[in-house]
Every structure is written in C-alpha cells, then in structure tokens.
Design a protein around this ligand. Structure first.
Ligand code: DQA
Length: 144
C-alpha cells in the first residue's frame, strides 16, 4: 500500500523555524520518521515537500489519477489556497490533513483551514506524532 505525503512551504526549513512551535526535528529527520513509521505499518510513504502551489497541485492531480491516498500538511497554504483545496477535492482515496502545531491555539489567521472541509479528517498539535497518527488513521480508513 502506498501513501503520498505532501509537505507545503517552509517545512523544509524546520531547522531554523521556531522549535518551541515545530519541535526539534530537522526536515530530513521528519521524513525518516514518516517513512520508518509507515513501513512499520506496511505502508510505502512517498514523502515530498514544495514551496510552490502549482507543484503541490500537480502532485494532487497525480494522486487523483492513480487513486493514491494522501497525507498533506499544506503549511501556510492551509489558510488560503482554494486552488489546493480544489485539487485535494479531486482525490477520491482518503486524504488526511496534518499539522505539527495546533493552528487553533495560534494566531487568528491560522484558525481557518480551507482544506479541512474536503479532508477525511485533520490531526494537529502532536508534533511529528501528528504524521504517525495520520498513518494509523489512514490504515483504519483503508481497511474499512
Ligand atoms: C503548520 C501550521 C501552519 O499554520 C503554518 O503556516 C506552517 C506549519 C504546522 O504544521 O503546524 O507552516 O502547517
């Protein structure tokens, strides 16, 4: 079983982002944690990161065409990208939104997610464990 894990803008620079919000892992360490956790569950995770809306939209189109489940941390695009929302809506396999932090406990502009409405569910606030929980939730959805 395969899952496409998409990480949005600035997540590649966890090394210089606020560790009190995003934790201590660098992006390469986060990728390893995701791929290792996935393989423990018998899932092959294809983990990608982009700072560009159009690239993320292309990956979502690919997931729609291949019926591939998606775990997505849209990062700042979460809060305003209707284009990513529309592309994510095309994915008919399960799609789970994740966040390292809990956007609802932060600045007001982070309280809106334009993605949540088309996701099967949203997991945030658990640091890297948000991805682990999303992988488990995905497995449950796929085994239904
Ligand atoms: C984030 C939360 C977003 O508000 C922020 O713009 C990010 C990361 C998170 O994982 O906590 O870049 O998606």
């Amino acid at each position: 079983m395969k899952v496409l894990v998409i990480n949005g803008p600035n997540l590649s620079r966890l090394d210089i982002r606020d560790s009190s919000i995003y934790g201590d892992l660098s992006y390469p360490q986060l990728v390893k944690l995701i791929t290792d956790s996935a393989s423990e569950l018998g899932i092959e995770a294809d983990v990608r990161q982009s700072d560009q809306e159009s690239e993320i939209i292309g990956w979502l189109h690919g997931a729609a065409d291949t019926n591939t489940p998606v775990i997505i941390n849209p990062a700042a695009f979460t809060h305003y990208s209707y284009a990513i929302r529309d592309a994510a809506e095309l994915v008919k396999a399960p799609l789970i939104e994740v966040h390292l932090s809990n956007p609802l406990s932060r600045e007001e502009f982070r309280h809106t997610s334009v993605i949540s409405g088309i996701a099967n569910g949203t997991i945030g606030g658990f640091g890297p464990d948000s991805y682990r929980l999303a992988l488990r939730a995905l497995l449950t959805l796929l085994n239904k």
